[in-house]
Ligand binder design. Structure first.
Ligand code: TEU
Length: 545
């Protein structure tokens, strides 16, 4: 099977399964749940970083790329994990955080001591004037993107937290270090790689940003990006065509991504893009709320589908990850129609042209965290923005309401396995609170219900493995003007698939020539295939001929 027929499951290791009672998930915990993942049918597990880290940003702040953080286990645990996963035909994908390291990394520590070799691993610049940063760029986690180091009388760049210093990809030694790290993990049995914010590595100019202050136009999709990706490909994963790679692309374009993930690009297999997950950002601002703009959502999803298809390039398709609120709370209904909307959202994604990614808990319809106090939050971005909004004079209640909708912690609450204490995640105190709805929403419950969300995902994954049209068919939008229904058609040899998804609680009718079609799957028991079809709340119908 190639990557187009596979389904990736994302594990946020901190929140998946704890085995030793310290309240933090670990590799032994994952091993104990491999049978569950095999039952679901997934092919690859993508792990968020488990390497040594002070955990300011939950592992995206790496201290040592080649050693596990003891919280997650040892190299022996990992070897066992690879072996046990392999037995179940599951590959391992690792997260490579190559845009930055933690400031605790030995390279940065040497740089701080003035070691010229290692200062050149990072981006140190003179200030514009005493106490004035080199430019006006802003960190994605709030505040300026530069930090002053008095002993060097220089500033270093950090696009994320102040403890995450950006690496200097213009330095060939840095590129080589990164390729060596990938090769190290390949030698340990890792078969796939996700590259964190990889389209931000080429900082091509350091001028002030005249438009908006964050500076992204000078470091996103830079002119050397493809050269750097090709270097990585040629010197590491590209040596074996079986390795699966995905790049996380921030604020990017279809044109750029078609280049990175074109079939013959010799760069990456596929890309994550996020435009469709910003349709509920007011004026494009993450911390300002508005209801999701459904027409924009449709337009974005489908233009990426057809745009990448035209250029023979490949998307990763997904609603959820560790950085996004739960899709069901966002685009569905997480109470009355939880089951229906979870299945509808799943169908919308899984029949697309692209490799689907399932984020832990999505397959049982886990919802947003429902936190009501800032003390419940753990995410550095959330706690930073809380302070910033407070300083701007926003009301506490309003800030908590925003976090409740937007915080990354919505995705990071522990996996809900059963209705025992802490949802079966840990016997200790979980590092982040378990969602209070775990008695209603948990794996055990879903496994005992043949009509569960889990059972629906199982079917979708099975279809992708067995129906070439899903992996290889072309895609064409349907009902583009419809204001309630997201729809598209796939075609392969003599076969066709038509997917209809009502994104609303309001019922609606659609017209479609159903001659020769039969129902492949739906989320209501008694669906009928007719030229005029009535879609109930969050109903999805997938037709095949
Ligand atoms: O995220 C990159 C990124 O820019 C966003 O997804 C970000 O988390 C969010 O939009 C901020 O508003 C990646 C990782 O997925 C994320 O967990 C890390 O925190 C980040 O890079 C830094 O490594």
């Amino acid at each position: 099977m190639d990557f187009r027929q596979k389904v990736v499951y994302q594990i946020y290791p901190k929140s998946f399964q704890d085995s030793d009672g310290d309240g933090i998930g670990d590799m032994k915990g994952v091993i104990s749940r491999l049978d569950y993942l095999q039952k679901l049918g997934i092919d690859v597990i993508w792990f968020n970083p488990m390497t040594l880290s002070p955990q300011k940003d939950n592992g995206y702040d790496v201290t040592d790329y080649r050693a596990f953080d003891p919280r997650y286990g040892t190299m022996e645990d990992f070897e066992l994990l690879v072996k046990e996963a392999k037995k179940r035909n599951i590959d391992i994908m690792f997260d490579m955080v190559f845009n930055h390291t933690s400031t605790t990394h030995a390279w940065f520590q040497k740089a701080l001591q003035g070691d010229a070799k290692y200062m050149n691993y990072y981006i140190f610049k003179e200030g514009k004037a005493p106490c004035i940063a080199p430019n006006n760029w802003e960190s994605k986690f709030g505040g300026p993107a530069w930090e002053y180091v008095p002993s060097l009388d220089k500033w270093y760049l950090h696009l994320f937290d102040v403890s995450q210093a950006d690496l200097n990809w213009a330095n060939p030694e840095v590129r080589k270090e990164c390729a060596d790290i990938v090769n190290f993990w390949i030698s340990k049995g890792v078969h796939g790689f996700r590259f964190d914010v990889i389209n931000e590595i080429n900082k091509w100019s350091f001028e002030d940003d005249p438009d908006n202050f964050d500076g992204r136009q000078f470091y996103t999709d830079g002119p050397k990006e493809q050269e750097y990706l090709r270097y990585l490909n040629e010197n590491s994963f590209g040596k074996d065509p079986d390795h699966i790679t995905v790049g996380e692309m921030s604020s990017t374009t279809i044109e750029k991504c078609a280049g990175y993930a074109g079939r013959n690009s010799h760069e990456l297999d596929m890309v994550f893009s996020f435009h469709h997950l910003k349709v509920d950002y007011k004026d494009g601002k993450k911390w300002e709320l508005q209801p999701a703009d459904f027409m924009k959502l449709k337009e974005l999803l489908l233009s990426w589908q057809t745009g990448m298809q035209e250029k023979d390039a490949w998307n990763a398709v997904f609603w959820n990850c560790h950085d996004q609120p739960r899709s069901i709370s966002r685009f569905g209904d997480d109470t009355k129609y939880r089951k229906e909307s979870a299945k509808m959202l799943a169908a919308a994604i899984h029949f697309l042209r692209g490799t689907p990614y399932v984020f832990e808990g999505e397959e049982i319809g886990m919802t947003n965290a429902g936190f009501t106090s800032i003390d419940q939050y753990r995410d550095v971005e959330s706690t930073n923005i809380y302070q910033i909004l407070k300083e701007e004079g926003k009301d506490e209640k309003e800030i908590l309401h925003i976090l409740n909708q937007r915080s990354r912690d919505n995705a990071r609450t522990p996996m809900q396995w059963d209705d025992s204490e802490n949802a079966g995640f840990t016997t200790g105190t979980p590092w982040i609170e378990v969602n209070r709805n775990y008695k209603d929403i948990n794996v055990r419950k879903d496994l005992s219900d043949p009509d569960s969300i889990f059972a629906f995902y199982q079917k979708l994954i099975h279809f992708r493995h067995t129906m070439p049209i899903i992996a290889y068919g072309t895609i064409r939008p349907l009902l583009e003007k419809d204001e309630k229904v997201f729809a598209y058609e796939r075609e392969y040899e003599d076969h066709k698939l038509a997917v209809f998804c009502n994104f609303f609680v309001e019922e609606t009718d659609i017209q479609f020539n159903t001659e020769g079609y039969e129902l492949l799957i739906g989320n209501y028991a008694d669906a009928e295939v007719k030229d005029t079809m009535h879609l109930r709340p969050y109903e999805t119908l997938v037709l095949y001929k």
